[in-house]
Design a protein around this ligand. Structure first.
Ligand code: MN
Length: 285
């Protein structure tokens, strides 16, 4: 049996691409199961999926103890109780991998990578989910990760299947609930390891950066505590300001913080993390 996994703390794209791949492989006569081993799934992602008829909580559960073959979607590195046999991702990296099947290329979402140009293998509802994942991952096309060809694809699909583009657009620009300052640490939390250097990152979308400055300062203390606990060298927290579609990158080091403004919505996977990775790997040489 193939077990399909999205990244830890899965977002809408990880959930949707996992579910779509499970259904696709099952229809191909393969035994495949998408699983979410995380105890807790982000509430915002759950409610967005639910509003499109998908319940992510059905996929939660502990991974089986016996060895299985694993397929990773929306990420490409994972310790699993078995062998990773395939990867579908849209976070191209400088590293090379020797998985039996490895597809990691630029795309607005992993779900888009799976469905685009293979639409006949999916139902209308599944195509809508892939469109939703693309809107979520590109902040409704405001992110630098957006590819023109994917915008065209989304528009074509919305026209062809009469999807509610307005609703999909609104989902993509959702504001993160930061009523608990811990959200600055936990929202979209991802871990990375480059050549032994441990890094983590999170991101939030705010209605306005200046209004939430106090909350960011409170959130920072959770981040700094977490860095100590997990022995991190860097923690990158990205704030998207949805009032003007700009981003601010807060890079926390054990003893200082560097704040960098950007006049567009940055993509963590395309702009921020590859830059950190490049910096670390070039130091090594
Ligand atoms: Mn993704």
């Amino acid at each position: 049996m193939y077990i399909i996994l999205g990244h830890e703390n899965p977002d809408v794209d990880s959930i949707v691409s996992g579910v779509l791949l499970e259904r696709y492989l099952t229809r191909q006569g393969k035994e495949a199961r998408f699983m979410i081993p995380d105890r807790k799934v982000d509430e915002e992602s759950v409610s967005i999926c639910l509003s499109f008829g998908l319940d992510p909580r059905k996929y939660q559960g502990e991974l089986p103890k016996e060895k299985n073959e694993y397929i990773l979607v929306d990420h490409h590195e994972r310790n699993v109780p078995g062998q990773v046999v395939a990867v579908f991702d849209h976070h191209p990296t400088l590293q090379s991998y020797s998985y039996p099947f490895y597809r990691n290329e630029k795309a607005s979402s992993t779900a888009c990578l799976l469905v685009k140009e293979n639409e006949s293998a999916y139902t209308k509802d599944e195509i809508e989910l892939a469109v939703l994942a693309s809107m979520m991952d590109t902040v409704s096309f405001h992110s630098s990760k957006t590819l023109d060809e994917d915008v065209n694809w989304v528009q074509d699909m919305c026209r062809k299947y009469k999807f509610d583009f307005k609703k999909l657009y609104q989902m993509g620009i959702s504001i993160t609930d930061v009523s608990s300052p811990k959200s600055f640490l936990t929202h979209g939390l991802k871990h990375y390891e480059f050549d032994g250097h441990k890094i983590a990152s999170s991101y939030v979308s705010l209605s306005s950066l200046t209004e939430k400055e106090g909350d960011i300062i409170l959130g920072s203390s959770y981040i700094q505590e977490y860095m100590k606990e997990k022995n991190l060298e860097e923690f990158i927290m990205i704030v998207h300001d949805m009032s003007c579609f700009t981003s601010t990158i807060f890079t926390y080091y054990p003893n200082r913080v560097i704040i960098q403004g950007c006049d567009y919505i940055v993509s963590r996977g395309k702009d921020v993390i590859p830059c950190v990775e490049g910096k670390i790997l070039s130091k090594k040489r």
